[in-house]
Design a protein around this ligand. Structure first.
Ligand code: SF4
Length: 249
């Protein structure tokens, strides 16, 4: 697979940036602590599922001290719609305790310190450094791992290899937003099952050898009338009022 030249990589990001001029996380949060908690809760879960549970939680526990006061049992009950909620509740309470004891109740702007917190790995630390503190880190999740490999932008056998490749190939001016541009591209266009190649803005730069043909995409959509939705892991969405339903038909 041919490597991206500097010029091609810049063009790749320029186009992704044009489709989403203001890159931002889809997780809801109100301060660095709630961002950290939301990212911990999002492991092996969808952002949408996490966002269903966190507004009520953050309304009563938006600091480590309040989270400790809430306690593991009540926290678990509030996040029970999220996968692995018992382990995550234990980790969130433990990391709150550690933030109070070792960091004065604040989230440290330091990778090593972040990675020592329970439930926090390199990916979570990268997201917090990027979103909360404006550091040009690139967190590699399942979407970015796929996009990096498929497109040839940053091939690698492990997330760390892909991260190192993205660090090398991403122009400095795009590093701050790279994580969001790549993740959103993987989530909504370069999807795992059937990438939307016919409408992809970087199709001519992408090295993927099995791009979806237009006819193939039409057939796949016909066979799957319902849009690909996030897994149903939360409580059902409230149904829309009849007037709103009628408008959408
Ligand atoms: S052309 Fe297809 S495989 Fe390549 S980045 Fe776009 S959607 Fe993904």
């Amino acid at each position: 697979m041919r490597s991206f030249t500097k010029r091609q990589a810049a063009e790749f990001y320029r186009r992704l940036a044009a489709t989403r001029p203001i890159p931002r996380t889809e997780l809801e949060f109100i301060n660095p602590f709630t961002l950290l908690v939301a990212v911990v809760l999002s492991a092996q879960a969808t952002d949408v599922g996490v966002n269903r549970a966190t507004p009520a939680l953050f309304a009563i526990a938006d600091t480590p001290a309040k989270m400790l006061a809430l306690g593991e049992e009540r926290l678990a009950a509030m996040i029970r719609t999220i996968g692995l909620y018992r382990t995550k509740a234990r980790n969130v309470v433990a990391l709150s305790q550690m933030l109070i004891e070792q960091h004065g109740g604040t989230v440290p702007r330091d990778r090593e310190a972040l990675e020592k917190l329970p439930g926090v790995g390199r990916k979570t630390a990268n997201v917090v450094l990027n979103v909360a503190f404006g550091e040009p880190t690139i967190a590699v999740d399942t979407h970015i791992f796929r996009v990096g490999n498929r497109t040839g932008l940053a091939p690698g056998k492990t997330p760390l290899e892909v991260e190192a490749g993205l660090e090398r190939v991403t122009p400095a001016e795009y590093k701050l937003g790279a994580h969001h541009w790549l993740i959103l591209h993987g989530r909504y266009v370069c999807t795992a099952r059937k990438p939307d190649c016919p409408v992809c803005v970087v199709a001519d730069l992408c090295r993927y050898g099995a791009k979806t043909a237009p006819a193939e995409l039409i057939a796949a959509r016909a066979a799957t009338p319902a849009p690909l939705a996030e897994p149903k892991i939360g409580r059902p969405r409230p149904s829309r009022p009849p007037a709103q339903r009628a408008r959408r038909r």
